[in-house]
Design a protein around this ligand. Structure first.
Ligand SMILES: NC(=O)C1=CN([C@@H]2O[C@H](COP(=O)(O)OP(=O)(O)OC[C@H]3O[C@@H](n4cnc5c(N)ncnc54)[C@H](OP(=O)(O)O)[C@@H]3O)[C@@H](O)[C@H]2O)C=CC1
Ligand SMILES: O=C(O)[C@@H]1CCC=N1
Length: 288
């Protein structure tokens, strides 16, 4: 099921972000700017970075604190978003488990970390939504994959859907598909930025100003994505529309293919999925 958000529902629930880095900020910015959650209902906790807390509280008027100061707060929050790096997750979940009541919802954005591992680390069958969002949530153009644990209630499911639909499109998948989804949409923005970096560099090397090169690249990527979205045409058809036989585009694509561009992108997506599985397996290994 893929949906775009059209109507916004105000979630009148307190949400605590356990981890206050790039991904947590992307979601919070989206939620606040789309009026889905009031800033006073959001708390963002990190481990120790005081400057970051001040920055977030000034920027978004949310509550902040460090995890150790706020165990009480976590224990009272109906929704807890786990948003630390995978390496920090095991310790945080072990600490969190004994504080929770059975109806508290955990929403994880952590790559690779399975629902089963989370429940084992928590030491209880907590309702869990495992998500894979991306940083474009910041501007409401995120793409999020979701999988749910069996314990989740309809109301909790709808809370999670509302949260992520507020910041982009949402698709529900069987949990084992979240890895390949990470390879496409979770990490995907980085591939596109890398392509853009290369295009901008090429323009500058060819004598355009950096501003010209940047503006042209941004508009080109934006226009190409919109063309696929708005015309409904296949990318292959749109590519062919640009490519005159024997012309300049064909020569450029041939150069990309000499570097096995198409298969390399697929290999990168597969490696990303595999790395997510490795991170998940390492966390599972921490259980022993
Ligand atoms: N960035 C992305 O594009 C995406 C990231 N993700 C996932 O999001 C998660 C976070 O990534 P990202 O935001 O990039 O990471 P960041 O490094 O930007 O942020 C991590 C945050 O976690 C905090 N933290 C670490 N340990 C604890 C703890 N024990 N209790 C509370 N907070 C803690 C850090 O606090 P402090 O700074 O004080 O140490 C920091 O605020 C990852 O698991 C990643 O897999 C998912 C999709 C996309
Ligand atoms: O690089 C990572 O591991 C995370 C997963 C998706 C985007 N960033």
């Amino acid at each position: 099921m893929t949906m775009s958000q059209e109507q916004q529902t105000l979630l009148q629930q307190k949400i605590t972000f356990h981890g206050a880095g790039a991904m947590a900020e992307a979601i919070v910015r989206g939620l606040i700017s789309r009026l889905v959650v009031r800033p006073q209902d959001i708390t963002m906790l990190n481990r120790s970075n005081q400057k970051r807390q001040e920055e977030l509280s000034t920027r978004y008027a949310v509550h902040t604190g460090t995890a150790s100061q706020s165990l009480e707060l976590l224990s009272a929050s109906p929704v807890i978003v786990l948003a630390m790096k995978p390496k920090d997750a095991a310790g945080a979940l072990r600490e969190l488990g004994p504080l929770l009541s059975p109806d508290q919802l955990i929403v994880s954005v952590i790559a690779g970390l399975s629902i089963r591992t989370m429940q084992t680390l928590l030491g209880r069958k907590q309702p869990i939504a495992r998500s894979m969002p991306n940083t474009s949530s910041t501007i409401g153009l995120g793409a999020t994959g979701l999988a749910f644990s069996a314990e989740i209630t309809d109301e909790q499911r709808s809370t999670v859907m509302t949260m992520f639909e507020a910041v982009g499109i949402v698709t529900i998948v069987p949990e084992e598909k979240l890895e390949v989804l990470t390879g496409i949409s979770g990490s995907g923005p980085a591939y596109v930025y890398y392509l853009m970096e290369a295009m901008i560099a090429a323009g500058i090397r060819g004598g355009l100003s950096s501003q010209q090169s940047r503006d042209l690249t941004v508009q080109t990527v934006l226009g190409a994505a919109r063309m696929v979205q708005q015309t409904g045409a296949e990318p292959m058809k749109l590519r062919s529309d640009v490519t005159s036989p024997g012309g300049a585009t064909q020569a450029a694509l041939k150069t990309l293919d000499e570097g096995d561009f198409f298969e390399n992108v697929i290999a990168a997506v597969n490696r990303c999925a595999e790395r997510s599985r490795e991170m998940g397996a390492a966390l599972e290994g921490d259980l022993r």
